[in-house]
Design a protein around this ligand. Structure first.
Ligand code: ADP
Length: 301
């Protein structure tokens, strides 16, 4: 296969591992800087140029689009899709997963476990929001946050009201969520490839920290997940429409609840914690599934 990868930093561990794994299996993989791709819109002839040359002949594309360039990255990916190139994750599915509220609405519709969550535009409704999720305490999070930034624990109703007011004053959108205390500052990352959980790790937040993000000083270790956790992760990936994703779960006393579904999961933490060749499994999934014109969404918005 001739594979394109849309990524900004070719040196990142995950990008290097996917390239190595593809080449080890006899494929070529070219890392294209997403922002240097030019989208040429012409009736019946969608093309992409890169450094002045028209891209042709790719069988598959691996989108690794950073959250800060989602819109442009998805436009480039749609252009590949319209040209019949098979995407590892489709643009529509990535678009869904990048919107926390939209993702939670989709998962809720399919009966997948979630923390009680409320959303409102008006800061005057703070009290109501806190009550709606059986708080205090509550977790308040920025809709557009990543890596645990903008995720705040409010222990009291007053504290929650002032945080909600401050966030809304800064004109950002927030969710208010039931605090899953019993998770003990840990979460579980399940790596799903082609409808199967191929690896799972537990991330534990640093001492005194309720957020388990590795970027916030958390540590990772191998974990055995329960059948219910496994099926929750698989169903979440399926309903989001993602072939490859990281599904983050918390162990709550009402079963596994989903925190987030990440369409460009990092491979370093999970490969190191589990000793598994995830990059190889992703390429094998592509070998079995990448066929020109097999994009379901054909670049639909
Ligand atoms: P981000 O997308 O920025 O990583 P998350 O929503 O995944 O934000 O939250 C970051 C971390 O904070 C989670 O991995 C989890 O450890 C902790 N956390 C988030 N929401 C809750 C909650 N409702 N209850 C308990 N812990 C939470």
């Amino acid at each position: 296969m001739k594979i394109a990868m849309l990524a900004r930093n070719p040196k990142l561990y995950s990008h290097q591992r996917l390239k190595e794994a593809a080449e080890a299996r006899g494929h070529s993989l070219e890392i294209l800087n997403t922002l240097r791709c030019t989208v040429n819109i012409a009736s019946h002839r969608p093309t992409i140029t890169y450094n002045g040359e028209t891209l042709t002949g790719f069988d598959a594309v691996i989108p690794r689009i950073g959250a800060s360039i989602t819109n442009y990255g998805l436009a480039v990916l749609r252009q590949f899709e319209m040209g019949g190139v098979w995407p590892l994750n489709e643009s529509v599915a990535i678009g869904r997963s990048r919107d926390k509220l939209r993702s939670m609405q989709i998962l809720a519709k399919h009966g997948i476990g979630l923390p009680l969550t409320a959303y409102a535009n008006d800061p005057k409704q703070a009290e109501e929001l806190v009550k709606a999720v059986n708080g205090p305490p509550v977790v308040i999070k920025l809709l557009e946050g990543t890596q645990g930034i903008g995720v705040v624990l409010a222990e009291t109703a007053k504290g929650a009201a002032s945080i909600i007011e401050a966030f809304r004053g800064a004109n950002v959108n927030i969710l208010v969520q039931e605090f899953i205390k019993e998770a003990g500052g840990a979460d579980i990352r399940c790596l799903v490839v082609g409808g199967k959980v191929v690896a799972a790790m537990k991330r534990q937040g640093a001492e005194g920290e309720f957020r388990s993000n590795l970027h916030r000083g958390g540590s990772a270790q191998l974990i055995k997940i329960t059948p219910e956790e496994r099926s929750t992760a698989v169903r979440a990936a399926k309903h989001m429409g993602l072939n490859v994703c990281g599904v983050d779960l918390l162990r709550s006393n009402h079963g596994p609840v989903i925190m987030e579904v990440n369409s460009s999961p990092g491979l370093e933490g999970i490969e190191n914690a589990t000793g598994k060749d995830i990059a190889g499994q992703i390429i094998e999934f592509m070998e079995a599934n990448a066929k020109a014109g097999r994009t379901k969404t054909k670049g639909k918005g």
